[in-house]
Design a protein around this ligand. Structure first.
Ligand code: 5GP
Length: 179
């Protein structure tokens, strides 16, 4: 089995680039059927989703737009601890049909925060699309509308996903060996 070493850890091939593309074409078709004529706005959550976003958009046969956002965490002035703020949203999304693109939903915490913030911008509808989810961890916390692959609770890299900054450029998805 194909393996890669990233920093100090060994990862083994888990989902091939070919399998990813087949699934992306299916999701692109489904989104096009649902949203054709409605000019949806893809909102891609950086950093990890940039590869997925590029492929999903090209798998869609309809008018659509894209905006990239990032969630930055900072220590609040109150004792509530970490507060996430949205940076980079350069579009007016009021009344828009928004399709959120995530690389992976793990605990769902990031997405929950993001949805709360997004709601204040008054979109017409919000659809969640994630390439990967970890159902063991997520449980029923957030409902993801379109899922590429449901995976076990193991750390993965590649196809935009990093381990300490590296491995985003790998075409396939790799899983931590023995992890
Ligand atoms: P959540 O808030 O859902 O727990 O975590 C979401 C974020 O954690 C993802 O956007 C991603 O940045 C990171 N993450 C969660 N699981 C993995 C994983 O298996 N591999 C990598 N590379 N990042 C992960």
């Amino acid at each position: 089995m194909k393996e890669v070493k990233v920093h100090d850890k060994v990862f083994e091939l888990y989902i091939s680039a070919e399998k990813i593309q087949v699934r992306i074409d299916e999701i692109g078709k489904a989104l096009s059927e649902e949203f054709r004529g409605r000019n949806p706005l893809f909102v891609s959550i950086l950093n990890g989703s940039f590869v997925f976003t590029a492929d999903i958009m090209r798998a869609c046969d309809m008018d659509c737009e894209v905006s990239f956002v990032k969630l930055s965490s900072y220590q609040g002035t109150q004792t509530t601890g970490k507060i996430k703020t949205l940076i980079g949203l350069d579009m007016n999304i009021a009344g828009r049909e928004v399709i959120i693109l995530e690389d992976i939903v793990d605990t769902g915490n990031t997405l929950t925060h993001f949805l709360e913030i997004l709601d204040t911008y008054d979109p017409k509808s919000v659809t969640l699309v994630s390439l990967l989810t970890k159902p063991e961890v997520l449980k029923d916390k957030v409902k993801v509308d379109q899922i590429g692959f449901e995976i076990p609770n193991k750390f993965v890299v590649g196809y935009g996903l990093d381990y300490d900054g590296l491995a985003r450029n790998l075409k396939d998805i790799y899983q931590l060996k023995g992890g």
